[in-house]
Design a protein around this ligand. Structure first.
Ligand code: B12
Length: 544
């Protein structure tokens, strides 16, 4: 039997190029090869490495036209053109037909892009009469919506390794599909949902098989990057996260020896950047610290970079773990504050303490980390005032601000806030959709604060010899040799003086009508000063 596993294309205003290695499919391939060695498996990535194509904005997102009206080249600019990132559907079908598989497995990892994954399935079904199995985060959260499509024969909910092995075994040996754990399938026009069962234990799982994904394909700052996953499952109950639909809440961590073995093996294969993609890296702090201790000095100095781009919960960190991570080769730190409002975060089910957050930022800054701190804009239980307050707090700290407009994915506990559609609006479950309006705020507010964070980050990126300067001083300097800075300063001056925000286009300046200047000044008047990532102060208050 030959199995083809596919990563489908996505359509959006932007894509995140790094972190696209389809590690989930590589885990599936490794498991199939270990437990069913007679099966041939191939992975095809139809997302990464293809030229992007402009496509029209779908009808379901047409309201976004007014927010992204111009091709804005300003440093504060958001989005404009909608794209297809990946191979065209007819090309996917042709390439798949050439592989002559007996089964196609498609990753449905993102609810907002479920349509692209479905189109992939449909295109394959047009050319080939083979069964299609779907899995991934979207399938796990909304399995019936995927199985409902005639192009999909099977869905696998949750972690896929054991179920996919059992499915293939059953298809090869003619057993009873009802015995395949986590499987959903169709029988006599009805959906059958099998019981959910445990996956292989973390140490039983073979390392991801990257043999179809050459080490040069996925890169970070031009170095080959590989994802590493040390654990599965997250015990937290954050109402804005749906990852427990795939991995559950039981924290299962691999042994350090196994993790180190994988990292050394990847190093020998040529990888130099290791991105830990765990959902709760460091939850088991003792084991995480010993892992870092083992990593110190394992490779020649400066040869390897460690990242944790999915972020680390600041609650897990302390002075010692930060120092060990630094020694091991981490230089950036992504942490998430979510909101500075204790009540908002507590209601969202996330562990939180402002004192701890401040001490982790302080310690990371002193140890020389480049810190990015994330905030969610538009949590359904949050007020505008509280969002402004969080934005101020991170403006005052030596961190870059990462903002993520809230999107509602199926399976999130926050669904209960929205009664009009229990399954939620799938196409809009993406950052670029600019949140879901509530009684407390609307989309213009989220848009305005999103751009405001970009303005603050623009200022945080300035370097100057003084420890402290006024904004007017900074704006008065000559930036003729740096176009980006020059443009940003021109636009910021216009905003502060004319109280209008403009897009910077090849046709000149265009007024951005959706930007709420009143809201911006509500924030700006409270701001008083900004601390750059390097710890310098820019005063913005009345005398600045
Ligand atoms: C890395 C990552 C990314 C990468 C892309 C990864 C990729 N390969 O394409 C980047 C950073 C680009 C990304 C972007 C987004 N992401 Co993301 N991402 C992740 C993250 C952190 C890890 C994914 C991963 O590698 N997991 C580890 C592997 C082992 O798991 P897996 O891929 O899920 O695969 C397992 C199962 O799902 C299943 N399975 C998967 N595929 C298949 C296929 C078959 C046939 C079968 C049988 C089984 C199966 O078996 C696998 C092994 O057990 C997950 C969270 C998570 N822990 O999964 C979020 C996650 C997938 N992302 C999510 C979202 C929403 C997004 C965004 C759409 C958000 C946004 N900004 O709008 C963006 C899109 C941005 C853009 N326009 O580029 C959500 C998806 C929820 C949902 N229902 O939509 C998740 C679950 C995060 C969350 N906490 O809710 N993401």
């Amino acid at each position: 039997m030959k199995v083809l596993l596919l990563q489908p294309p996505v359509q959006d205003f932007y894509e995140t190029k790094i972190r696209l290695q389809p590690i989930g499919l590589a885990y599936l391939k490794a498991a199939i090869r270990r437990f069913l060695p007679e099966t041939e498996v191939r992975i095809r990535d139809f997302h990464h490495g293809w030229k992007k194509q402009p496509v029209p904005l779908p009808h379901t997102l047409s309201h976004l036209h007014d927010y992204y009206p111009w091709p804005d080249k300003s440093p504060f600019g958001l989005f404009h053109q909608y794209y297809h990132f990946g191979a065209r559907f007819d090309r996917i079908a042709e390439d798949t037909a050439k592989e002559k598989p007996d089964l196609a497995g498609i990753s449905f990892n993102f609810s907002p892009y479920y349509h692209e994954a479905l189109q992939t399935a449909r295109a394959i079904k047009c050319l080939l009469n083979i069964p299609v199995v779907a899995g991934g985060a979207h399938v796990s959260a909304s399995p019936a919506s995927v199985l409902n499509d005639p192009a999909v024969d099977y869905v696998i909910r949750g972690e896929g390794e054991r179920p996919v092995v059992e499915l293939i075994r059953t298809l090869m040996q003619g057993g009873d599909l009802c015995n395949v754990p986590n499987l959903g399938f169709k029988k006599g026009g009805q959906f059958v949902w099998n019981r959910m069962d445990r996956n292989y234990d973390p140490d039983e799982l073979p390392w991801p098989d990257l043999s179809d994904l050459p080490s040069g394909t996925y890169r970070y700052r031009d170095q080959p990057l590989s994802c590493i996953i040390t654990s599965r499952g997250c015990p937290y109950r954050c109402a804005f996260c749906s990852v427990h639909q795939v991995f559950g809440r039981e924290y299962r961590r691999r042994e350090n020896d196994d993790i180190l073995g994988e990292i050394k093996f990847r190093y020998d294969q040529g990888y130099r950047v290791f991105d830990f993609e765990d959902d709760n890296l460091g939850f088991d702090l003792r084991d995480f610290k010993s892992l870092c201790r083992e990593l110190v000095g394992l490779f020649p100095a400066g040869d390897v970079t460690f990242l944790a781009m999915n972020g680390i919960c600041y609650q897990n960190l302390d002075e010692e773990s930060l120092a060990l991570m630094k020694k091991a080769g981490f230089s950036g730190l992504n942490i998430s504050l979510v909101s500075a409002d204790e009540q908002v975060v507590r209601d969202a089910g996330r562990p939180h303490a402002m004192g701890k957050y401040r001490s982790v930022v302080d310690s990371a800054f002193r140890q020389g980390y480049a810190v990015t701190a994330y905030q969610i804009l538009g949590l359904p239980n949050e007020s505008l005032e509280s969002m402004i307050n969080t934005l101020c707090i991170n403006s005052w700290l030596p961190v870059l601000i990462g903002v993520s407009p809230f999107y509602l994915s199926p399976g999130m506990a926050f669904s209960e806030y929205f009664d009009e559609n229990p399954e939620c609006d799938l196409a809009a479950s993406r950052l670029t959709a600019l949140g879901k309006p509530t009684a407390n705020f609307d989309r213009e507010d989220i848009y305005t604060l999103f751009i405001t964070a970009r303005i603050i980050n623009f200022l945080k990126g300035f370097s100057f010899p003084e420890d402290r300067i006024t904004l007017s001083h900074l704006l008065g300097r000559n930036y003729d040799r740096d176009n980006r800075k020059k443009t940003g300063i021109e636009l910021l001056k216009l905003l502060l003086v004319e109280k209008m925000l403009y897009a910077y286009t090849s046709d000149g300046l265009k007024h951005l009508k959706k930007f709420r200047t009143g809201l911006f000044f509500q924030f700006w008047d409270k701001l008083d000063y900004i601390q750059t990532q390097a710890g310098k102060i820019i005063t913005t208050g009345a005398d600045a």
